[in-house]
Ligand binder design. Structure first.
Ligand code: ADP
Length: 693
């Protein structure tokens, strides 16, 4: 059962190996074990690092779209907050007005008397009674003034007017007549008043006073063509006369007149009372107490202002009243209506209907002010009050209607710099992408490096195993040879002289090979341990190379090799360890023989140049594939070329060569053409290396 499983696993692994690398040749269990190790490692990396890394990166990348909007979302959130505050504060403008109005109504005081206390934006307020008439603060002119002025323009009138300057007494008489003859109460009253005026001018004070007293008694409420009440005018003139005669009485009369006029209910469209009161105040200028004058003037101005607005807004008031009647909601509930630039707030209280005319322009300016204050602390936001015709910008973050208070108007919060926000968002997104991609690259690189590192380790382990096998084999073959040849000699099986010689040669050659092998293995072991030491001394490099070649020559030539040595005269003295360099030369010659052609040629040639001394060891053998040139000096490295593989070796010869040359501050290099041969060059720089052992 276990065997079967093993067999199946092996088969699977072989298939995978062929699939991954079609040229891969599965050679032995060691390979399979290494492959299995690599696969397991790759699996672990994939499952524990790469896969989660990729998944994380994928999730992060896909969430960036949403994340990128965070800048806008954040500003939008602040915009929403701002608009909520803003809207509350805008509402407050209206709520405080409503509350103040309601309080006044509840306490039984009329809200139309003191508009300024209810809201700074209130122009004028009206109370409309159950019959739809304006009940406060003004009257409304019910009938248009009569056009009855025929007598006024009569020749008598014109004559009286003309004489008033030159002969006021005569004029007074004419007016007196007119006052008796004229038709219509207004004409009679006007003539009577004119008589008083002419008498005054004629200097007949007491007569004039009398006439004015009569006018007050008979025509108090009759209005002249300009809308003045004759009674008021007569009282004013009488007051003026009194002031001259008896200032105390005159002042009292005029003060009473002024107070009365200011508190009277005026009529919309008629400014007589206001004008008379103003004139009276003028007369009192030097007579009445200052504070009284100031207060009277203030009240007069305020009331005149209200009358002005009331006159302006009459036609709008009609619209509002008509609409308000239909809409009778709960008491003191306000409804709002915008007509041109006036915001009408209306409410019912008992049987009365109240209409408040608010100035929409100042309200909008006020809300705009509040809006600007609210967003002042946030430089990203801008707030705006949007008119019904205004178009909201497409970047707007939040919008709130100002209805029901300001129908059609709305509050808008938008980014102060949308382009800047877009840029910030792009930057944030780019940063994220860069971080994710970088992390991904690092994870993948790390995983690949780790896999490579471990697979390198596995390779080394396999090479070591190969090395052990190779060394054993390398040891066995010379030993077998020596033993065979020795036994042949021992048992006297060889008689022929030539044969004898051949046997001795073989024994010597194989012993040399054996000792070189043992030297190499021992050297390699001490190099690996870091224990190998060389003793450098100045010596003739030519001598060292020659001795090495000569010691190899005999064995080479018995193998039918041709060895050619070409050293220039006067090879320099080089600081070196002759034994070690001899080992280098012998290793290279032995390789040249091993990878050379049967009965081939080996050339050893020395050069002396400006840069140093070098020695080439050349052969015309199988050569080295270019892609392996880099690796042949690595420990245990043996070519994968089948031709080279057929020749036994351990893969440490060149490693030792390289190590020894580096210890001499020199180098080893190779030029090779496959199937044509190789040249290994060892090079010594001319500057002697610093002595090192
Ligand atoms: P070994 O010869 O014991 O295998 P080396 O370290 O001496 O180990 O050589 C490493 C590899 O370099 C050899 O396996 C062989 O493929 C290649 N090589 C070395 N010298 C030569 C040469 N002269 N010609 C062709 N290939 C060579």
């Amino acid at each position: 059962m276990q065997d079967l499983r093993r067999e199946l696993t092996l088969r699977l692994l072989r298939t995978i190996a062929r699939w991954i690398a079609p040229g891969y040749e599965v050679r032995a269990m060691a390979d399979l074990a290494a492959l299995r190790g690599q696969l397991r490692l790759t699996g672990i990396f994939f499952v524990t690092i790469l896969l989660p890394g990729l998944l994380l990166a994928w999730t992060s990348l896909s969430s960036i779209q949403g994340e990128g909007l965070a800048v806008w979302d954040e500003v939008k959130r602040r915009g929403e907050l701002a608009i909520a505050t803003l809207s509350d504060e805008a509402d407050e403008t209206f709520l405080s007005f409503e509350t103040a109005t309601r309080q006044r109504l509840e306490s039984g005081r009329s809200p139309v008397d003191a508009p300024a206390e209810l809201s700074p934006h209130l122009l004028v307020a009206f109370r409309i009674d159950a019959q739809g008439r304006v009940a406060a603060p003004f009257d409304r002119r019910k009938v248009p003034p009569t056009q009855d002025h025929t007598l006024v323009l009569s020749p008598e009138w014109r004559e009286a007017l003309r004489q008033e300057h030159d002969d006021p007494t005569a004029a007074a008489r004419l007016y007196h007549d007119l006052s008796l003859q004229s038709r219509g109460i207004r004409n009679r009253g006007q003539a009577a008043f004119a008589e008083g005026r002419a008498l005054m001018r004629a200097g007949q004070g007491s007569a004039a006073e009398q006439v004015f007293a009569d006018v007050v008694a008979d025509y108090a409420h009759v209005r002249d063509l300009n809308g003045f009440r004759l009674g008021d005018l007569a009282r004013l003139k009488r007051g003026e006369l009194l002031l001259a005669r008896d200032p105390e009485i005159g002042r009292g009369t005029l003060e009473a007149l002024t107070d009365e006029l200011i508190s009277a209910r005026w009529t919309i469209g008629l400014g007589g009372e206001a004008a008379v009161a103003a004139r009276s105040l003028e007369l009192l200028e030097d007579h009445a107490p200052k504070d009284w004058l100031a207060s009277a003037r203030g009240r007069l101005e305020e009331k005149t202002r209200l009358l002005f607005y009331a006159g302006q807004l009459q036609s709008q008031l009609d619209i509002v009243t008509a609409g308000g009647k239909a809409l009778r909601v709960a008491p003191a509930e306000f409804s709002y209506q915008l007509i041109e630039r006036t915001l009408w707030a209306t409410t019912w209280w008992g049987e009365d209907f109240y209409a408040f005319a608010l100035d929409a322009d100042t309200i909008v300016a006020h809300i705009q002010d509040v809006a600007a204050q609210t967003v002042r602390t946030d430089p990203d936001l801008a707030a705006q009050v949007l008119s019904p015709q205004g178009a909201a910008s497409p970047d707007a973050l939040a919008r709130r209607t100002l209805a029901p208070y300001l129908p059609g108007w709305s509050l808008l919060v938008s980014p102060s710099d949308p382009v800047g926000l877009d840029r910030a968002q792009l930057r944030k997104r780019a940063e994220r992408v860069i971080v994710i991609v970088l992390s991904l690259v690092i994870i993948i690189t790390g995983a690949l490096l780790s896999v490579r590192l471990v697979s390198r380790q596995l390779d080394v382990a396999r090479e070591k195993a190969d090395f052990a096998a190779n060394v054993s084999h390398e040891l066995r073959s010379p030993i077998t040879h020596i033993r065979l040849k020795g036994e042949s000699l021992q048992f006297g099986l060889v008689e022929d002289d030539e044969d004898l010689q051949e046997h001795y040669d073989a024994i010597v050659r194989e012993s040399e090979r054996l000792s070189r092998l043992v030297d190499n293995v021992l050297d390699f072991a001490s190099i690996e341990r870091g224990a190998k030491r060389y003793t450098l001394r100045p010596a003739d490099l030519g001598d060292t190379v020659r001795a090495a070649v000569e010691s190899a020559r005999y064995s080479m030539e018995t193998r039918g090799m041709v060895m050619e040595l070409d050293l220039p005269d006067g090879m320099p003295v080089v600081l070196h360890d002759p034994e070690a360099i001899a080992q280098v030369v012998q290793n290279l010659i032995s390789n040249a023989a091993k990878y050379g052609k049967e009965g081939g040629w080996i050339g050893v040639r020395g050069h002396v140049g400006p840069e140093g001394v070098s020695v080439d060891i050349s052969d015309r053998g199988i050569g080295i594939p270019p892609e392996e040139i880099e690796q042949i000096f690595d420990r245990f490295y043996r070519s994968s070329d089948p031709d080279a593989r057929r020749r036994k070796g351990t893969g440490i010869g060149l490693t030792i060569v390289k190590y020894i040359m580096e210890a001499h501050n020199g180098s080893v290099s190779v030029r090779s053409t496959p199937r044509q041969g190789s040249t290994f060059t060892i090079h010594f720089p001319l500057k002697p290396p610093s002595p090192r052992s």
